[in-house]
Design a protein around this ligand. Structure first.
Ligand code: SSA
Length: 426
């Protein structure tokens, strides 16, 4: 959410942001509604102020035994009370309407973000590692998993329906190893490990920006104010709601693990082979809460990216980093980098990480604040990036490290988390 004063003073900037983000919000309609709210609020507050003066006048008239004046003042007070009673419901309703429109206003993208309409206009700007060339016929991730009995999709579909899977044997151990490997590395970088709820109340989803627009992607717990999170980002965003952090406590650096649940609405028929796009997966999430300073946010934006790059380099996976364009980054982002790992069987890079900075857009929605060095209470800035998301990362991992004999080499960095095992299938 943006500051209403900013929208009032810079409507064209906000309209341009909405335009480049394919966001159809009508800023003129929002501002017209805002004017109605402000005017009505003023009238109701004026009436209230007059009521206070009147009650003093009534007491004064009573003390002076001036019955006529007292009765006139009481009559006037009654008229004011009727005015307030008649207008307060409308004021509340218009205020609610304005709030719901404010939730749809996008953040202002940084000038460094490419302007584009969709992912085809994202800009790759960094490549690492040689695209894997095999001197033999290589298998794709699903055939490799079947070969080594690492997955059971049929029985998972029996249990949970489409886009579900059972990880078996070393794949199950690999996923846990990847989670520990990521948590361990991030903890050593001073990020506080968290294992957070993967069910959260709706204010966390409003705070992160998942609601109202992305509600169709979220599973709901029947008859309770509880929803399954699609990322630990949602749970962490809600943790500090309504608190006022001390400036010297910032930045808060978290590495949060949670199961993630996504309806994947609208992706019917996309990525249906194997485990690329599933309804439930596990993710280790980097999350930063920092002071409201653009340079500070940009610093952490680069740091979160670098952390993820280090993890992928440790896994010895070729990848590229793309600067996500305005039309693909979504409402809340100021800037967004995706990391895409090379998938040999597809002969292309596929997204495995997504890194964003949002200034105070989430903080305003979730009411996350801090007291700065001058004692001024401000909204914080928030950022997030994937550390590891599995089983998707298993796809480049298994494919890239497959050997001619069909076995799969486990990267050095993972072996300590796999009991020292060096290969799968040897
Ligand atoms: N349906 C899915 N199935 C498997 N993996 C997924 C799915 N959706 C997302 N992921 C993984 O989770 C990563 C982060 O998801 S994201 O929506 O892009 N971004 C976030 O959730 C942010 N909180 C940063 O992690 C993706 O890059 C991908 O690796």
């Amino acid at each position: 959410m943006l500051d209403l004063t900013f929208i009032r003073n810079h409507p064209d900037v906000v309209k341009e942001a909405a335009h480049v983000k394919n966001n159809s919000i009508d800023i003129d309609a929002l501002l017209a509604l805002d004017q109605k709210v402000v005017a009505l609020q003023h009238e109701v507050e004026e009436a209230r102020a007059k009521q206070n003066q009147l009650s003093k006048g009534i007491q004064q008239a009573a003390r002076e035994k001036n019955t006529e004046l007292r009765n006139d003042l009481i009559a006037e007070g009654k008229k004011l009370a009727e005015f307030i009673k008649a207008n307060e419901p409308e004021l509340n309703q218009l205020t609610e309407e304005r709030y719901n429109l404010l939730l749809l206003v996008p953040n202002i993208p940084d000038p460094s973000a490419p302007v584009g309409k969709d992912e085809s206009e994202n800009v790759p700007f960094k490549y690492w590692g040689e695209k894997t060339e095999f001197g033999f016929t290589a298998l794709d991730h699903y055939d490799l998993m079947l070969k080594h009995n690492l997955v059971d999709i049929e029985r998972a579909v029996k249990v949970a329906g489409s886009r579900s899977y059972v990880l078996r044997g070393e794949a199950a151990r690999l996923e846990l190893a990847l989670i520990s490997f990521a948590m361990d590395k991030m903890a050593r970088k001073g990020f506080t490990p968290l294992i957070v709820p993967s069910m959260a109340r709706d204010f966390s989803f409003i705070g992160s920006g998942q609601f109202p627009k992305g509600r169709d992607q979220v599973y709901e717990v029947k008859d309770q104010d509880l929803f399954l999170v699609g990322t630990a980002e949602v749970s962490i965003t809600g943790m500090y709601k309504d608190e006022i952090l001390k400036g010297d406590e910032l930045p808060l650096k978290f590495v949060g693990y949670s199961p993630c649940y996504r309806q994947e609405a609208g992706t019917y028929g996309k990525d249906t082979r194997g485990v690329f796009r599933v309804h439930q997966f596990n993710k280790v999430e980097q999350y930063i809460i920092c002071k409201a300073d653009h340079e500070e946010s940009v610093y952490w934006f680069e740091q979160l990216l670098q952390n993820a790059e280090e993890l992928i380099q440790d896994l010895e996976l070729p990848y590229r980093v793309i600067n996500v364009c305005t039309g693909d980054m979504g409402d809340g982002k100021v800037g967004m980098y995706d990391i895409e790992c090379w998938v040999p069987s597809e002969g292309r890079y596929r997204e495995t990480h997504s890194c964003s900075y949002l200034h105070e857009w989430q903080a305003r929605r979730a009411n996350l604040r801090y007291r700065d060095e001058n004692g001024k209470v401000k909204f914080v800035h928030t950022l997030n990036n994937t550390a590891i998301a599995s089983p998707r990362i298993l796809i480049p991992l298994l494919e890239t490290h497959q050997q001619e004999d069909g076995s799969i080499r486990i990267p050095e960095a993972l072996r300590p988390f796999m009991g020292g095992q060096e290969y799968i299938g040897r």
